[in-house]
Design a protein around this ligand. Structure first.
Ligand SMILES: *[C@@H]1O[C@H](CO)[C@@H](O)[C@H](O)[C@H]1NC(C)=O
Ligand SMILES: *[C@@H]1O[C@H](CO)[C@@H](O)[C@H](O)[C@H]1NC(C)=O
Ligand SMILES: *[C@@H]1O[C@H](CO)[C@@H](O)[C@H](O)[C@H]1NC(C)=O
Ligand SMILES: *[C@@H]1O[C@H](CO)[C@@H](O)[C@H](O)[C@H]1NC(C)=O
Ligand SMILES: *[C@@H]1O[C@H](CO)[C@@H](O)[C@H](O)[C@H]1NC(C)=O
Ligand SMILES: *[C@@H]1O[C@H](CO)[C@@H](O)[C@H](O)[C@H]1NC(C)=O
Ligand SMILES: *[C@@H]1O[C@H](CO)[C@@H](O)[C@H](O)[C@H]1NC(C)=O
Ligand SMILES: *[C@@H]1O[C@H](CO)[C@@H](O)[C@H](O)[C@H]1NC(C)=O
Ligand SMILES: *[C@@H]1O[C@H](CO)[C@@H](O)[C@H](O)[C@H]1NC(C)=O
Length: 875
C-alpha cells in the first residue's frame, strides 16, 4: 500500500485490499462457497392465478444455501429488477459485521441493474434459517430460500444422519402482487387477509415428497409468510423436534407443530406407516372461522394408494395448546452446538441482567394513515442507512435513543428509532403484546434465550416463573395475544441490529427499530471495518467522496492542537517508542531511469520536448554526465514504508482505509544524486488525540547509504479516523517535537500573483505517473474510480504537487531546482488527468506561496509554500 498526498489512501486501500481483506477479516482456513444469483421477475402460478414473482436464478422459491459452520459465503446478487433490492439472512448472526445484514438500516439497496456481493461468515453457527428480500413488500413475491448450516465433521450431532434432509418453506400468500399490496399500505390502509398458503412455493397438492418406508428424514420448516402462524403436520406420522434456529432441543415428539411467522424448526420423522401416500398439512392458526390450508403429498416409494378424503384437522384457535407446546421446547444441555460443548462454563441463568427493555407493540393512525409502532414510535427509514451514518459520523440521520426502553401512554408518532445499548451488556427484553393478534419478534445479529412467556401483563414478579435452566436459544419468538414473552440476550455482537415484527405489513408500516450495540473502542476485535465493496447511498456517498477527495482543513489545524500540550505520555506513544527507540528504518534505491520516468510523470517536457529548463531531468543534454533530479522526487523515497510502519505499531489500532494523508512538509539539504541507495529513518514527530480521530505526524529523514549524508527530511500529517480517544486525562493528548515555524499552513494572499503558470496534464498522465511506483488502481481503473465516486480515474496527489513545484522552479527559480530548500503542500481536491493546472505564485521574501487550481472547474486543488535558498538575480 502506498501513501500519497492526495488523501486518497482511504480509497486506495479500499481496492487494493479487496481480496486481501476477505482473508483478513475471516480465518483463511475456513472454506469459501461462492454463489452467483440473478434476481429477476418471472411469472408464477402458486394459487392457480398468474402472478409476477421474484425469482433467483429462475427459481421460486430461491435456491437453498448449504453450508457448514464457519463457512464463508460469497453471494454475488445481480438485481435485474426495475427497483432497488436487498436480501437479508434471517438468523445469520453476521458477527461483528452488521454491514452485511441486508436490511435498510445497515446496507444501501442494490440499484436496479447493479450487483452487490455479500460476504458472510456463518461463524460459530449451526441450524436452519432462511433468507428473504427485505425491501418494500418484495417478500410477498418470493426471493426467499432456505439456509442450512451443518455441523463440522468432527462435532457430534445428537441424532443419526437422516436418509434425507429437506427444506420446507411454508407461508401465507396473496394473489395480489407485491406492488399492489405495498400501494394499499402506502395509502394508509390495512391489508386484507392472505388468500392461501404455500408449501415450497406450491398450493394444495403441488408439493410432493418421496420417501422410502422405514427410513428417517429431516425436515427444516420455516414460516416465510407475511403474517399468519401456521400449524404443520403429517398425516399419521409423528415428528421429533431436534433443532430450533440453531439450538439442538430435547427430542420431544409432536403430532403437529406451530410455526409462527419468521420461525424455523427441524424435525425428524420416520416413514413407519403402511406404504401409501399421506397428507402433509399446513393450516393457519388463530384465524378462525376462516382457516387457510395447503396440503402436500408424502409419497412412499412403495405406495399402494394415493391420498383421499379430508386431511387431518389440527388446532385452530387454541392459544393454551400453543403456549404449552412452546414451553415444552427446551435445549438439550448435553447435546453439541457449533462446538462440542455449547455451554462451557457460561450459563445464561447465572448472570444478572444489566438492563430491562420493555417493548410494547401498538397500532394506530398517524396523519390519518394506518401505522404500527413500538413504544409509541413508528419507524421511518432515513435516506441513508443508520449503520453507515454511524460509521461515517454523519449527523442528522438518526438520534440516539429516539425510542424509549419502556412503553408509555402516548400516541403513535413517526421517527427513525434507534436504541443504543452498550456492548457486553446482558439485557432482558420483555415483549408486551396488549393487542389481540399473535406477534412474532425477530432480532438480527443474535440468538437469545426465551426465558418466559405467559398471558396478561408482565411484572417483575413474572421473573419468578422464568426458565433459567434450559430455555431455547433462537432468533424469532412469538408473543401470544394479550400476553408477554421475555428473552435474555448477551449483547456480544457490536453493530446496528434490526428488531422487528415478522408480521410483514406491520414491519412495513413501522413496527421495528434498531438496537445499536455500541462500543467506542474502534478495535477490529469488536467490529469489522465497512466492507470494501459496500454500496454507498445518499449521505454516506457524499461523506465518503468528501473524505476521500478533500482533507478537511480544520482537522489539520496545528495551532489548535499545539495549544494543548501535556507532559504525560500516553500508552500508545510509549508502545511506539519502545520499538527501536521510536524509529522505523526502511531503505530505498533508485537509478537515473527512475528519476527520468518520475520527471516525465510530473509533466517535464510535456508540452515542449526541447524545453531548455527541463530536458536535463530526462536527458544528458550538452554532454551532461547525469540527469538532474527534481526535488519533489523525495516523494518516492519512502514509498510503502509508512503504511506498513503504522499498521505494525503495537498499541495502535485503526482501520487503514480510514487513513488520510493530509499534508506534507519537505526540507532538502542537498541536491539529489541521479542514483542512490537511501536509508530512511521514520520517527514520530507529533501525536494528537482529536476524540474520534488521532492525528499522527511522521518524520522521515533520508540519508545516502554510502556517505551517510542527510539528503532530506519530510514530515507527513496523517489523519487516522477512529483511532482517537486514547487520552487518559481530562485534556486530549497532544505532542509535537518540531519548531512551530515549520507548520505548513499558508494564507493565500488576496493580491495579484507574482507569477502564474498554466500547464496541461495529459489524459495519460496518471498512467505515466504510476510507473514511478504508486499502482493504486484508483488512478488507472475506470470501474474502481466509479465505485469511489469519481467519473474517471484521478491523478495522484503527489503528481499534482510535482506539477506545482515544477511551475515554481520554472517561473521563479529560472529552472534552477537546486535553490529549492523547503516544500510544503496541502491537498484540497482531486484532479482528472487531462485537466489544465494553473499555479499562482506570490513572493514573500524567500518564500513562494502558491495555489494550484484546475482551470476547467475553477477549483483549488493544492496550496502551500516553497522556501528558497536565494532568489535568482533576474527577479
Ligand atoms: C439475469 O437474467 C436476465 C433475464 O434472464 C438476463 O437478461 C440477464 O442478462 C441476467 N443477468 C446476469 C448477470 O446473469
Ligand atoms: C402488479 O399489478 C399491477 C396491475 O394490477 C401492474 O400494473 C403492476 O405492474 C404489477 N406489478 C408487478 C411487479 O408485477
Ligand atoms: C459485481 O459482479 C462482479 C462479477 O461479475 C464482481 O467482480 C463485482 O465485485 C461485483 N460488484 C460488487 C459491488 O460486489
Ligand atoms: C440430548 O443429547 C444427548 C447427546 O447427544 C443425547 O444422547 C440425548 O438423547 C439427548 N436427550 C434428549 C432428551 O433429546
Ligand atoms: C381448505 O381451503 C380451501 C380453500 O383454499 C377450502 O375450500 C377448504 O374448505 C379448506 N379445507 C378445510 C378442511 O378447511
Ligand atoms: C446477582 O445479583 C444478586 C443480588 O443482587 C447478587 O447476590 C449476586 O451475587 C449477583 N450475581 C452475579 C453473578 O453477579
Ligand atoms: C514523505 O515521507 C513519507 C514517509 O514518511 C512518504 O510516504 C512520502 O511519500 C514522502 N513524501 C514526500 C513528498 O516526500
Ligand atoms: C550512479 O551514479 C554514479 C555517480 O554518482 C555513477 O558512477 C554510476 O554509474 C551510476 N550508476 C547507475 C546504475 O546509474
Ligand atoms: C488512567 O488513569 C487512571 C487514574 O488516573 C489510572 O488508574 C489508570 O491506570 C490509567 N489507565 C491507563 C490505561 O493509563
Amino acid at each position: 500500500m502506498l501513501l500519497h498526498l492526495a488523501g486518497k489512501t482511504a480509497v486506495l486501500c479500499t481496492f487494493l485490499c479487496l481480496t486481501f481483506s476477505i482473508l483478513s477479516t475471516v480465518k483463511a482456513e475456513d472454506p469459501y462457497k461462492f454463489f452467483n444469483w440473478n434476481v429477476t421477475y418471472g411469472f408464477i402460478y402458486p394459487l392457480g392465478v398468474r402472478q409476477q414473482g421474484i425469482l433467483i436464478n429462475g427459481q421460486f422459491p430461491g435456491p437453498d444455501i448449504h453450508s457448514v459452520t464457519n463457512d464463508n459465503l460469497i453471494i454475488n446478487v445481480f438485481n435485474s429488477l426495475d427497483e432497488p433490492f436487498l436480501l437479508s439472512w434471517n438468523g445469520i448472526q453476521q458477527r461483528r459485521n452488521s454491514f452485511e445484514d441486508g436490511v435498510f438500516g445497515t446496507t444501501c439497496p442494490i440499484p436496479p441493474g447493479k450487483n452487490f456481493t455479500y460476504i458472510l461468515q456463518v461463524k460459530d453457527q449451526i441450524g436452519s434459517f432462511y433468507y428473504f428480500p427485505s425491501l418494500g413488500f418484495h417478500k410477498a413475491a418470493g426471493a426467499f430460500g432456505g439456509i442450512r448450516i451443518l455441523s463440522r465433521p468432527r462435532i457430534p450431532v445428537p441424532f443419526a444422519d437422516p436418509a434425507g434432509d429437506y427444506t420446507i418453506l411454508i407461508g401465507d400468500w396473496y394473489k395480489t402482487n407485491h406492488t399492489n399490496l405495498k400501494a394499499i399500505l402506502d395509502r394508509g390502509r390495512k391489508l386484507p387477509s392472505p388468500d392461501g398458503i404455500l408449501i415450497n412455493g406450491r398450493g394444495s397438492n403441488g408439493y410432493y415428497l418421496t420417501v422410502e418406508q422405514g427410513k428417517t428424514y429431516r425436515l427444516r420448516i420455516s414460516n416465510v409468510g407475511l403474517q399468519n402462524s401456521l400449524n404443520f403436520r403429517i398425516q399419521n406420522h409423528k415428528m421429533k423436534l431436534v433443532e430450533v434456529e440453531g439450538t439442538h432441543t430435547l427430542q420431544s415428539t409432536y403430532s403437529s407443530l406451530d410455526v409462527h411467522v419468521g420461525q424455523s424448526y427441524s424435525v425428524l420423522f420416520t416413514a413407519d406407516q403402511p406404504g401409501q401416500d399421506y397428507y402433509i398439512v399446513v393450516t393457519s392458526r388463530f384465524t378462525a372461522p376462516v382457516v387457510l390450508n395447503a396440503t402436500g403429498i408424502l409419497h412412499y416409494s412403495n405406495s399402494a394408494g394415493s391420498v383421499s378424503g379430508p386431511f387431518p384437522g389440527g388446532p385452530t384457535t387454541q392459544i393454551d395448546w400453543s403456549l404449552n407446546q412452546a414451553r415444552s421446547i427446551r435445549t438439550n444441555l448435553t447435546a453439541s452446538g457449533p462446538r462440542p460443548n455449547p455451554q462451557g462454563s457460561y450459563h445464561y441463568g447465572m448472570i444478572n441482567t444489566t438492563r430491562t427493555i420493555v417493548v410494547a407493540n401498538s397500532a394506530g393512525q398517524v396523519n390519518g394513515k394506518q401505522r404500527y409502532g413500538v413504544n409509541s414510535v413508528s419507524f421511518i427509514a432515513p435516506d441513508t442507512p443508520m449503520k453507515l451514518a454511524d460509521y461515517f459520523k454523519i449527523q442528522g440521520v438518526f438520534k440516539e435513543n429516539s425510542i424509549s426502553d419502556r412503553p408509555y401512554g402516548g400516541g403513535l408518532y413517526l421517527d427513525t428509532s434507534v436504541l443504543t445499548v452498550p456492548y457486553r451488556a446482558f439485557v432482558e427484553i420483555v415483549f408486551q403484546n396488549n393487542e389481540d393478534i399473535v406477534q412474532s419478534w425477530h432480532l438480527d445479529g443474535y440468538s437469545f434465550f426465551v426465558v418466559g412467556m405467559d398471558g396478561g401483563q408482565w411484572t417483575t414478579a413474572s421473573r419468578n416463573g422464568y426458565n433459567l435452566r434450559d430455555a431455547v436459544s433462537r432468533c424469532t419468538t412469538q408473543v401470544y395475544p394479550k400476553a408477554w414473552t421475555a428473552i435474555y440476550i448477551p449483547l456480544d455482537n457490536v453493530g446496528m441490529w434490526n428488531l422487528r415484527t415478522e408480521f410483514w405489513a406491520r414491519q412495513y408500516l413501522g413496527q421495528q427499530f434498531y438496537l445499536r450495540v455500541y462500543t467506542d473502542s474502534n478495535s477490529l476485535r469488536d467490529e469489522f471495518p465497512i466492507p470494501k465493496n459496500a454500496l454507498l447511498c445518499v449521505r454516506a456517498r457524499i461523506e465518503f467522496s468528501k473524505e476521500t477527495s478533500m482533507a478537511d482543513s480544520s482537522r489539520f489545524d496545528h495551532d489548535l492542537f499545539l495549544a494543548h500540550k501535556f507532559p504525560e505520555v500516553s500508552l500508545l506513544y510509549l508502545s511506539m517508542k519502545s520499538r527501536q527507540g521510536s524509529r522505523l528504518i526502511t531503505s530505498y534505491t533508485y537509478t537515473e531511469r527512475d528519476a527520468a520516468i518520475y520527471a516525465l510523470g510530473v509533466g517535464a517536457c510535456c508540452r515542449d520536448a526541447i524545453d531548455s529548463d527541463e530536458l536535463k531531468y530526462v536527458y544528458h543534454e550538452n554532454g551532461q554526465q547525469f540527469v538532474q533530479v527534481l526535488p519533489t522526487f523525495a516523494a518516492l523515497f519512502s514509498l510503502g514504508s509508512l503504511t506498513n510502519g503504522i499498521i505494525d505499531l503495537p498499541g495502535l489500532q485503526f482501520d487503514p482505509r480510514l487513513l488520510l494523508h493530509g499534508q506534507q512538509y519537505i526540507q532538502i539539504y542537498k541536491p539529489f544524486p541521479s542514483n542512490a541507495s537511501l536509508i530512511n529513518k521514520v520517527s514520530l514527530a507529533g501525536l494528537h488525540d482529536k476524540g474520534k480521530a488521532a492525528i499522527l505526524e511522521l518524520e522521515t529523514k533520508s540519508y545516502e547509504k554510502e556517505s551517510g549524508e542527510l539528503l532530506c527530511m519530510n514530515r507527513s500529517t496523517i489523519y487516522l479516523r477512529g483511532a482517537g480517544g486514547f487520552s487518559n486525562s481530562s485534556h486530549p493528548y497532544s505532542y509535537s517535537n518540531y519548531p512551530k515555524n515549520q507548520v505548513p499552513a499558508v494564507k493565500i494572499p488576496k493580491s495579484q500573483p507574482f507569477a502564474v503558470f498554466e500547464d496541461c496534464t495529459q489524459p495519460s498522465q496518471a498512467l505515466l505517473y504510476r510507473l514511478s511506483g504508486d499502482y493504486n488502481p484508483l488512478h488507472s481503473d475506470p470501474m474502481i474510480a466509479k465505485v469511489a465516486g469519481f467519473s474517471r480515474p484521478i491523478l495522484h496527489g503527489l503528481c499534482t504537487l510535482g506539477f506545482a513545484v515544477r511551475a515554481i522552479i520554472k517561473c521563479i527559480c529560472r529552472g534552477d531546482a537546486n535553490i529549492v530548500k523547503t516544500i510544503s503542500g496541502r491537498f484540497l481536491l482531486h484532479v482528472y488527468p487531462g485537466e489544465t493546472l494553473i499555479t499562482e505564485m506570490w513572493l514573500d521574501g524567500l518564500r513562494v506561496v502558491y495555489q494550484t487550481k484546475v482551470k476547467e472547474r475553477n477549483r483549488a486543488v493544492l496550496s502551500g509554500f516553497v522556501d528558497l535558498h536565494r532568489l535568482t538575480s533576474s527577479l
